[in-house]
Design a protein around this ligand. Sequence first.
Ligand code: F0G
Length: 458
Amino acid sequence: MKLPHIPPFKTKVVEPVYFRTKAERAQKIKEVNYNLFNLHSDWVIIDLMTDSGTGAMSEQQWAEIMLGDESYAGSESYFKLKRSVKEIMGFDFLAPTHQGRAAENILFSAVVKDGDVVPGNAHFDTTKGHIEFRKAEAIDCTIPEAFDTSVYHPFKGNIDLEKLEAVIKEYGRERIPFINITVTCNTVGGQPVALANIKATCQIGQKYGIPIYMDIARYAENAYFIKIREAAYKDWTIAEIVKEMFKDVRVVWMSSKKDGLVNIGGFIALNDEALYEKLGQFTIIYEGFLTYGGMSGRAMGALAVGLKEGIEFDYLNDRVKQVQYLAQKLKDYGIPIQEPVGGHALYIDAKRMLPHIPQAQYPAQLLGVEAYIEGGIRGVEIGTLLADRDPLTGKDRLPKMELLRLAIPRRVYSRNHMDYVAATMANVMARRKEITAGFRITKQAAILRHFTVELETI
Ligand code: F0G
């Protein structure tokens, strides 16, 4: 008999899960104005709101917590992290930050100015926010296949090279401080970028004298997909692929809360000493001294180890297979999901699951609320609430897709938990005709409304 796949780890510490009845959950979600962000976590059974900072650390990482050197300057934990980054990524200079968006703040303070444009594959919200905050523009150059859930493409995070060159020609290289590649591309569903595409983008950068920067929150998952899907690299190790991905990249920044396997942290890494010195001024005013930049010594130590564990093939294989396992179960129950599934999450298509709910009534949010009531599962809406209003008309922007994202925390849930999630969604699917009306907004903030929005049922 072929032995079944099992995770490459076992449990040493456990965390309780609290169970409530469906009626209690229905009451609670009403009390919090149908906003899943307002739920106290002990009211959630399986929390799939994000894979960011929600993972479990290993015994080696917990050992580093005890070894953390909390010196203000010159902490040994910083040097441990610096050595890991050098060994894995090949960069000499390291600026730690408290999380990914803090790295964006420091980096873009140094290089982005009013009137600039930053082309790239679908920039993450905070990346876009930090670019726009500086009165610059983020231009999406992702391949069109990324936005069609019905077509298969192994690397939907790829940059559309023709579009990229057209953008460079239109705006001129002087206005483009860097080209941005996000691996994997979260905004289009955690979709990977092929190594061939990274190399071709770097060549375009070289041709026009524009450096390439990379948002590497989920770089290890991207490297895994390269190994599995890009024939030329099937015999390469993840470590070799990572080095190749970064070979011609000038600067990387990371939200370490993802593939760094830690609960908080981030950094910028580069080989350009002059730029590193420039970043230092911003690190000191925004984050802290150069050798901790917003992280505790123990958190840097845990990250130094987490980065190494995050590129182990067995770990990555288990992680991606878990996401694919849940996706297959949902498909077997007839639940429409975006395909192929990416590395860290899967996205349920609410327009196809609840076709009778008008987009103006927030169908993806409705699906999220129903999943919560049904089984205590917390996902996140990627739809009209998130898309927010047109700043000129004040009316809702209706995005092409209404999605419920279920993001899977790293090393936290078992296959049993995935079966529970699938059964919950199957039950919602079975009674979807009884779900007849969505929500209207009763209160919303001026920007980023989805975090605090208040809703009522129609
Ligand atoms: N870049 C990417 C690709 C991200 O996915 C995130 C965060 C960030 C940057 C910002 O990093 O949160 O550490 O400040 N993504 C989280 C998510 C919030 O749920 O997808 P951060």
